[in-house]
Design a binder for this molecule. Structure first.
Ligand code: SF4
Ligand code: SF4
Length: 502
């Protein structure tokens, strides 16, 4: 148990590790605005749920904030033009994903005027009803900006119905290298606090807590200043990984534990990220949809690391260029943090709503020694924030016994990599778990597919049987009709004969 975890709030954090932060690379320079690139590539699917439905055609001119894609369902989010300009293409473009596979994307040519669409701004946002605030948050295309990208309006509506009491704003930012939330809190604390109050009002939460790690003293001071005179409470939590994991933050701040496979709403808690609170403030108080975000550009391969406010759809290459370019060829490109981020195949991919960081790492930064056999030291067990037994799970996965690994809690693993980080034998434990979870998903999909095929076959057989039954019934009716006609004919002949005799 990490002793630091008890110093600040009185509640214990389970597991956790202390990877080298490397935050000093990007934490000090203020946020810079990325100069408008020549092209912006806005994917229609940047969130959890159904993709947005296209709302423009090639050749349309649009204003900043105008709808490019409408919400595609109950769980979905619209996407908006990040600047004013002309739609020059609609089609597939590489996605910011390890595969780099193409995804439906609107390509915009900026006109340089960066002209906003007319905004609908309420005189006093707190005179709107909670439902109206949730609707405006939904229409602004706001999703969880901590990386989860779940549509925020859906979360607000569910929270109100579940009767949540506590809103937690996660200022943890525990991933090494990332400093975008730190800078946002230092520079835009008043707006974030206003966003927090609006979220709490819309969700029906009475208590508002902001958890910030103790390695961000300037952010803590700025948020405390901004929160003065409000009911927002800024709490300091120990800097450890994965403090930014919602369940860990909830436990440390409230002492309440979210049940395995459960949701925080079940224990009366709603969690949002600081950047989401800022986006809500912009949407409600200025009528501005989510069209940009702050991204940390860092890693030893970047000439001048820092934080940039970038329009959604700017290419990773545009960000690197604005940070002075690269020193040599990076060994690895990562979207997000180094622990839970995704590897990028190249820099020709757009930034999306969930992009918190872009890292260009050198071989020295990612160098991992060769794995050795497990020495059963149980360091991985102590590090796991979920309370799992990583060494036992790996043994089951190695023996291809996925069911046993699931029995040990494989599905609860959040893939944080804390176990791999501390393992003295350098066993890539988290890679085993990610692989096994992928296998399970494939197996479950296969099972669903074969069940669907079986149902289709049964439905077909039923249809064929019905056709045969209907044909037989039709033949029976034809025969009955024929017999009746013949009987009638015979009766008519008999009747005619009788009439003749008479
Ligand atoms: S930390 Fe590594 S060596 Fe130690 S028990 Fe876990 S897997 Fe084995
Ligand atoms: S990757 Fe999974 S098993 Fe390893 S520490 Fe994180 S939650 Fe625990």
């Amino acid at each position: 148990m990490n002793p630091l975890a008890r110093l600040f709030t009185g509640f214990r954090a389970r597991g956790g590790v202390h990877p080298e932060g490397r935050k000093e690379l990007s934490a000090e320079p203020p946020i810079r605005i990325l100069p408008l690139p020549e092209r912006l590539y806005v994917p229609l699917h940047q969130h959890v749920g159904a993709p947005a439905r296209l709302a423009v055609v090639v050749g349309d001119t649009v204003l900043k904030g105008q709808l490019l894609g409408a919400s595609g369902g109950n769980i979905s989010a619209p996407v908006h033009a990040p600047t004013s300009g002309r739609v020059v293409a609609i089609g597939d473009f590489p996605s910011p994903h390890p595969s780099g596979l193409p995804t439906a994307t609107v390509t915009l040519s900026p006109d340089g005027r960066d002209q906003w669409i007319a905004a609908d701004v309420p005189e006093d946002p707190f005179r709107l009803t909670p439902e109206e605030i949730a609707n405006r948050v939904g229409a602004a295309g706001i999703v969880g900006l901590g990386g989860a990208t779940f549509p925020s309006a859906v979360k607000l509506n569910l929270s109100r119905r579940s009767g949540i009491t506590t809103l937690i704003i996660n200022g943890g930012e525990c991933e090494p290298y990332l400093t975008c939330d730190d800078r946002l809190m230092r520079e835009r604390a008043e707006g974030i606090v206003e966003g927090i109050r609006l979220i709490a009002y819309a969700a029906g939460a009475k208590e508002m807590l902001v958890g910030i790690e103790d390695n961000k003293p300037e952010a803590i001071a700025a948020m405390r200043r901004a929160a003065q005179g409000t009911e927002v409470q800024v709490k300091v939590v120990p800097a450890m990984y994965p403090m930014g994991w919602d369940k860990q933050m909830i436990q440390v701040l409230t002492g309440r534990e979210v049940p395995a496979e459960g949701r925080s709403a079940e224990i009366g808690v709603l969690v949002h990220n600081v950047a989401t609170a800022w986006a809500v403030y912009q949407a409600i108080c200025y009528g501005r949809p989510l069209v940009s975000r702050v991204v940390t550009v860092s890693g030893a391969a970047v000439v001048a690391p820092g934080n940039l406010e970038v329009p959604i759809g700017a290419l990773a290459a545009d960000l690197v260029k604005a940070c002075g370019g690269l020193i040599g060829e990076p060994q690895r490109l990562v979207l997000g943090g180094p622990m839970m981020g995704t590897q990028l195949p190249h820099l020709n991919v757009p930034m999306v709503k969930g992009s918190s960081g872009l890292l260009a790492l050198t071989g020295k930064e990612i160098g991992l020694p060769k794995p050795a056999p497990c020495i059963r030291c149980s360091t991985c067990v102590r590090a796991c924030p979920v309370g799992l037994l990583p060494l036992e799970m790996v043994a089951r996965i190695r023996a291809s016994d996925l069911a046993a690994a699931v029995g040990l809690g494989l599905k609860d693993c959040i893939g944080c990599g804390s176990c791999s980080y501390v393992c003295p034998a350098h066993i890539p434990l988290v890679h085993f778990f990610n692989y096994a979870k992928g296998e399970l998903t494939a197996q479950e999909k296969g099972k669903l597919r074969s069940e669907a095929t079986k149902k289709l076959a049964e439905a077909r057989q039923e249809r064929m049987d019905r056709i045969v039954r209907e044909r037989e019934e039709a033949a029976r009716q034809r025969a009955a009709r024929k017999a009746a006609q013949e009987a009638a004919k015979k009766a008519a002949v008999e009747a005619a004969k009788t009439a003749e005799v008479a």
